[in-house]
Design a protein around this ligand. Sequence first.
Ligand code: M6R
Length: 609
Amino acid sequence: MCGIVGYIGSREAARICLEGLHRLEYRGYDSAGIAVVRDHALDVRKVVGKLLNMDASLAEKPLPGTLGIGHTRWATHGKPSVENSHPHVSMNGRIAVVHNGIIENYGELRERLRAEGYVFKSQTDTEVMAHLTQKYYEGDLRAAVIRAVKDLEGAFAFGVICADNPDVLVAVRRFSPLVVGLGEGENFIASDMGAIRKETDRVYVIDDDEVAYITREGVELTDLEGNRIEREVFVIPWPAEAAEKGGHKKFMHKEIHEQTDAMHNCLAGRLSAPDRPIQLDGLNMTAEEIRNLRKVVFTACGTAYHAGLVGRFLMEYLAKIPAECDLAAELRARNPVVLDNTLCVPISQSGETADTLVALRDMKEKGARCVSVLNVVDSSIARESDGVVYIQAGPEIGVASTKAYTLQVMTMTLMAIHFAEVRGTADPALLRELKAEMLKMPAYAAELLKREPQVLAVAERFYRLEDSLYLGRGVNLPSAMEGALKLKEISYIHAEGYSAGEMKHGPIALVDPELFTVAIAVHGDVYEKMIGNIQEIKARSGPVIGVADDGDEVIGRECDAMIWVPPVPEMLSPMTVAIPLQLLAYHMADLRGEDIDQPRNLAKTVTVE
Ligand code: M6R
């Protein structure tokens, strides 16, 4: 997904923009560009490929100037090329624009501008904004930007500079994320806080249809009618190093290893003892509202969807509320029935995923109460939700979601136990046991991380194979789906997550010595059936990696390789199983020499539908 950064101050803007862009690399990109204002002219530099090319270009020929904007582009309209990379410049060469989002009516605007004599150099939707701003410019950049965005439909976060206004940076957003960083005698813009955290911990989070007029001395926020907006300064609660790799080879590895602390954070203030009720800050629901619930609809994309599937299972199992879980991109098409007292739970690490945001809006329109489970504070989904329960994972940079998944599952588990407590739908002794084990979860995570060498040894045996199946049942079917997603997205090994019970209805035809199966067979309701499924695969000469409870000799005998996990109640095992499966994917991808933090074709945050 595109990333934008901007700077106005007394230092070299191009350097600061480039550093910020490096911190946005995790979003995925195929080209990059920077524009600065210098001596009342624009100077623009663009490169295709990695930012290393921009590092080299600036080292060879710096781009002086103290006002600038930068961009990493993830192609949506027009192939990756120098012409299509941002910043885009107006026809008169005076205005430069960087953009994250999609302008939906750009075709129509392009034709209109062409008829007025504007010449387009790129195939992008963004270029219309550069020309429109020129069209409306009469000496006041902010006024021109406001007038221009009123013509636009779609999603955008823009940074705009003008050679005739060397002391002004203008930014505006609708649906795409944007923050303004506050410094001393200097200010910044960026797509996310991590990009500028090294420079400042004070930001304004910009809302839809808000405009930031930024000078070296200060920032003024207005709406599109020019009315002043007072905004509280948000102090970023995590240190600058949190956005760095901290000695790990890859962000993904660092984030897998952060799970012990992250689990502590997630539980803090919510669960203190097995005999104390769970407190879920942010839920924003009274006990009566929880008791009256008739239906819960979880919705999310990718990894977060798998967490939602665990949520669905636990919500029915413990809280006895009919529950559904939909891929956010499919929810509208299914047109679900929303009864009185329906709760919708959108789940998202970034809080900016467009499909999830649209699903939330749809469910709200249908009358559902929406309580989201998110990581990024003050994100777009947070602002439109009736309540937000934060997973408190800290920044997740690696494209492959790891700690966010485990904590989404943890939060979902807390929610289901809490609802069961309030509704009185589960045996209090069971709930006490679950809470006692939840409190031990950070210790289990620490133990699982210590066992990384065992997972590496398994990866070394199988990483050369090109096909795999991940099998699970019940509450661990989502674990199988998530394990497979993790492997395929970073190692490019073909991986399918399946219900073990479905094997005999088709996928078993794939089994041969060249396809390895990861079978999740921890103790619980479906254990015996999983043993049967493992035997079916072994009978067809398929190698099996078992994931089972410590000391389970039965599974140990059946499988070719083992990943051992500490035994926990089956309902909680999606959290313990997730960690070694993340490590397995990581090590297989690493052994294959893949670019783990920036897998091909993927973006960390998908802000287009
Ligand atoms: O930010 P979100 O949680 O809404 O993102 C949802 C998916 O795009 C995300 O989980 C994606 O599937 C990751 N690549 C998984 O590792």
